[in-house]
Design a protein around this ligand. Structure first.
Ligand SMILES: [Zn+2]
Length: 85
């Protein structure tokens, strides 16, 4: 099971992070594990919620990993220094 982000503090208004998400990089095959909200993940996958809002607790590179299946290090190799870093 992935660990919760160390900096993440649950607010009463936030939904629980109840869905462990496994992402595999299409380029190098590395996998990443993230906890997300099942309700927000569903909303995002149905294009009902912007990614920044659905995965507000994740960093930019981690969101990009989930969206494009390119891990932060391959992203840097392909597109240069990460604009979010
Ligand atoms: Zn990769």
């Amino acid at each position: 099971m992935p660990e919760l982000p160390a900096h993440w503090k649950r607010l009463d208004s936030d939904p629980p992070l109840d869905l462990p998400l496994e992402v595999t990089c299409d380029t190098c095959g590395r996998t990443g594990s993230f906890w997300v909200s099942r309700a927000r993940f569903t909303a995002w996958s149905q294009r009902r919620m912007p990614m920044q809002e659905a995965f507000a607790h994740l960093s930019g590179p981690d969101r990009e990993f989930i969206k494009s299946r390119t891990c932060p290090s391959c992203w840097t190799d392909t597109f240069g220094p990460n604009p979010y870093a």
